[in-house]
Design a protein around this ligand. Structure first.
Ligand code: PMT
Length: 309
């Protein structure tokens, strides 16, 4: 048995997994005959430190990349499976988060009847978001499935990949989630909350096998697979992206640096690379880099479907 198979053997599937699997099958069956389907993964995974989890290891990802990209894929005509970290940003809803949402509203009283309305200054901005959301809802082209832990994520990733294998090259995988490379094996985890009066805990994290390997080679071999590479040291970025391409044989790595990821990424292919970025004017206008990423990818994917790359 390979390391990744052993890894799955050691992790129980999450609650509700059968239901998620059924929704994935129904979605791919309904839309797969005629459409391109993209799997977008988004947000960070948690790694529990106790079975009855009070504490866990987490990461910075807010889900901006994934949720914004999902919207642009929908407007480019894709059906979208959006696997996201619970409570991270979601397509469409991301425009209405927290106080930003409350600031868009105002109260009005007419004939002793109180109503709450969107402020006039926000109506034009909200209209396209609402229209796109209603279109996605009406056409059933968006399936959202949440995860929290690394284990939840990995079970969903494999189930979604296996469903997508039935549509061959029309499937794209856009793996933007920030997935933990380390975990605490189930048999090394305490059952109950770690007690501070027992002194500092000694936690030994183990390496998680890279799931890109079975994903590209076994689960969904004909799909257009795009992985992401996040680094904080710019010197390593291209080198590590190329290493990943050589190792896993997928199509493209989108490489980004933590601090500049919102306005600059590198598209890294086996034999060439180029930058996709926003200029100052585009940043001022509120253009999102994901619109450019998705635009470029949709064209590459079309060529791939046509057997031209
Ligand atoms: O959500 P935001 O705040 O907008 O941030 C977006 C982002 C920076 C998270 C996103 O753009 C990004 O770079 N995501 C990938 C981050 C990451 O996990 O990089 P990595 O170098 O650790 O992993 C590289 C690839 O290997 C990833 O595509 C991942 O899906 C894959 N992987 C990771 C771990 C693992 N055990 N198996 C894997 O296959």
């Amino acid at each position: 048995m390979s390391r990744w198979e052993e890894f799955y053997e050691s992790l129980p599937p999450p609650d509700g997994f059968d239901d998620a699997k059924q929704r994935l099958h129904e979605f791919c069956k309904r839309l797969g005959a005629k459409n391109k389907i993209v799997l977008v993964t988004s947000g960070g995974t948690t790694v529990p430190l106790e079975h009855n989890t009070v504490r866990f290891v987490d990461n910075f990802s807010a889900g901006t990349r994934g949720s914004a990209s999902a919207e642009y894929f929908l407007s480019s005509g894709y059906a979208v499976i959006f696997i996201f970290r619970q409570k991270s940003l979601e397509p469409f809803a991301r425009h209405f988060m927290g106080l930003k949402f409350l600031n868009m509203l105002e109260m009005a009283e007419e004939n002793e009847c109180l109503s709450i309305k969107v402020k006039g200054s926000h109506v034009e901005g909200l209209r396209p978001v609402l229209e796109q959301y209603q279109e996605a809802e009406g056409s059933g082209r968006l399936l959202q499935l949440p995860f929290t832990t690394l284990s939840d994520y990995l079970w969903l990733l494999r189930a979604a990949s296996e469903c997508l294998s039935s549509i061959g090259p029309r499937a794209m995988l856009y793996l933007a989630a920030a997935v933990s490379d380390f975990y605490v094996p189930t048999d090394k985890m305490p059952t109950h909350k770690m007690q501070s009066n027992e002194g500092p805990p000694s936690i030994s994290l183990q390496l998680v096998p890279k799931m890109l390997k079975p994903l590209v080679n076994i689960w969904v071999p004909n799909a257009y697979v795009v992985s992401f590479k996040l680094e904080t040291d710019a010197e390593l970025l291209i080198k590590k992206s190329r290493e990943a391409l050589n190792k896993y044989n997928h199509k493209l790595v989108i490489a980004n640096i933590l601090q500049t990821r919102k306005y600059k990424v590198m598209f890294v292919f086996p034999n060439h690379d180029y930058e996709v970025n926003l200029n100052e004017d585009e940043i001022k206008k509120g253009i999102e880099i994901e619109s450019k990423i998705v635009d470029d990818l949709a064209k590459k994917h079309e060529l791939y479907i046509g057997g031209m790359v």
